[in-house]
Design a protein around this ligand. Structure first.
Ligand SMILES: [Mn+2]
Length: 289
């Protein structure tokens, strides 16, 4: 029988090391044996990913992304943040649903239950972005046309109904929306997805996308056992400086230490970039109005 578990990452050269750490945790802890699909555009030798392939005697599937249709959209480092929107088109039609994971995640538990979530003719299943809701980033509901009783999901972990996307040409609709409303887009594809699909997604429990940030999750972090931890906003290297005892920080470094690139030093420049990114998001929030 063909593999029914498909997992997708979008990787660029800055995020390749995170992807490898996430894949190691996925293959150790998820209790599924997924086919791994990588969308990328600038990985010449895939040196780090090949280490993971060797470690698990597994071959990943690679797909080359085209940036051109994203020209004009806001970016952080590159366009890879939008590549997940290519999934419905880029993957073979026989793949009907796929779990998209951000590179900055680690998998701590069984994911077979997640794959059996019934999508009920919806576009995707994802967890609410508690942090963004709390920060109320530039009045997100009004800004993105989300109804008052609607919510907002984090696009770092999504069970995607590829068939639904294909039938309704949703990726194109989302890209068109973002292009027409560039001034409204703060959180990249995540804003586009939430705006266009506000009626078409299912809420997943927080355990499938536990956003790790020392600002608001400390007490919770001690008691819960999430299946997917997401270093959104605050990267492990930064967490290690601010809060080295954080249990998820320790877990990240446990998997990181299994790689041959564990000795690579993080430059001060990189750390400064991480801090800058974090502040960029915070300064856009109502806390700083
Ligand atoms: Mn992320």
């Amino acid at each position: 029988m063909a593999n029914e578990y498909h997992v997708c990452y979008c990787v660029d050269k800055d995020y390749e090391k995170y992807a490898v750490v996430s894949i190691i945790s996925l293959l150790l802890n998820s209790k599924i044996n997924p086919e791994i699909h990588i969308i990328h555009s600038d990985l010449a030798d895939k040196k780090k990913l090949k280490i993971a392939e060797k470690l698990f005697k597994k071959k990943f599937k690679y797909y080359l992304a085209e940036d051109s249709e994203f020209y004009g959209l806001p970016i952080l480092g590159g366009y890879s943040v939008y590549y997940r929107l290519l999934a419905p088109r880029i993957f073979p039609k026989k793949i009907k649903k796929i779990l998209y994971l951000d590179c900055d995640t680690i998998i701590e538990g069984d994911l077979s239950g997640l794959f059996s979530v019934d999508l009920h003719g919806k576009a995707l299943a994802a967890a609410e972005d508690i942090n963004m809701i709390k920060l109320d980033l530039k009045n997100f509901k009004k800004r993105l046309g989300i109804p008052k009783n609607g919510s907002y999901f984090n696009s770092g972990v999504m069970l995607l109904n590829l068939d639904f996307f294909r039938k309704k040409n949703l990726s194109k609709k989302i890209i068109d929306f973002m292009k027409k409303n560039v001034e409204k887009i703060v959180m990249h594809d995540q804003d586009g997805l939430n705006a266009v699909l506000h009626n078409d997604w299912i809420i997943l429990p927080e355990e499938y996308n536990f956003i790790c940030s020392p600002f608001w999750d400390f007490s919770k972090a001690k008691n819960s056992a999430p299946k997917i931890v997401h270093f959104a906003g605050i990267k492990p290297e930064l967490l290690k400086i601010i809060s080295p005892q954080n249990i998820y920080c320790k877990k990240y470094y446990k998997y990181f230490s299994m790689t041959p690139f564990q000795k690579e030093k993080v430059s001060n420049k990189e750390i400064i970039r991480m801090i800058k990114r974090l502040y960029d998001v915070l300064f856009k929030s109502k806390f700083f109005y």
